[in-house]
Write a protein that binds this ligand. Structure first.
Ligand code: ZN
Length: 128
């Protein structure tokens, strides 16, 4: 299967991993739009939310909640956005279901401006 997220999940590609359990993996987006921009995904390759079983959906949402709490605490964020893009029409680029978590702070420049963010520095901040 030609899926970059499956390769990361299999440990064949590196990532800045910030959360993992039996069913779910979360790591920093390599093209962040805000500090701490994270992708949370089921380990099983499915394309869209509706392809998950109800049980898997619970596992994923539980992991999102844990990631949100970690990011709020470690990055002193004031809020967050959780976004899923499903289908090409919605801007889904990698066809393995993933949720974007965007920690938000005043003055963060918003979600539509690309920024130079040092991932390693952010990673150390989150995982210290
Ligand atoms: Zn995949």
């Amino acid at each position: 299967m030609d899926c970059v997220f499956c390769e990361i999940i299999a440990g064949k590609k590196d990532c800045f991993k910030i959360y993992e359990d039996e069913n779910v993996l979360a790591f920093l987006d390599i093209n962040p739009v805000v500090e701490g921009h994270t992708l949370v995904m089921p380990k099983r390759h499915v394309e869209r939310l509706e392809d998950l079983s109800d049980e898997e959906a619970v596992f994923v949402l539980r992991a999102i909640k844990r990631v949100v709490k970690l990011l709020l605490k470690k990055l002193q964020a004031d809020g967050y956005n959780v976004v899923v893009n499903a289908g090409r029409i919605a801007g889904q680029e990698i066809l393995h279901l993933h949720f974007h978590v965007f920690p938000r702070k005043s003055g963060d420049g918003g979600l539509f401006t690309p920024k130079e963010i040092d991932l390693e520095r952010v990673y150390r901040k989150i995982m210290d």
